[in-house]
Ligand binder design. Structure first.
Ligand SMILES: [Zn+2]
Length: 47
């Protein structure tokens, strides 16, 4: 699979999926999550 992300890039969505908060998203932003689907709101502004 081709990946355009820089080597040191930490994907905020992957962190969220792993149960970790990050500077953009927090666990409390997740509206729904099961083994197939995750839905979350975007609280941060100015990105
Ligand atoms: Zn990701």
């Amino acid at each position: 699979m081709n990946n355009h992300a820089p080597l040191d890039y930490e994907c905020p969505i992957c962190l969220l999926l792993q149960g970790r908060d990050n500077k953009i998203s927090k666990q409390s932003d997740i509206v729904y999550k099961d083994e197939y689907v995750m839905a979350f709101i975007c609280v941060s502004k100015g990105i």
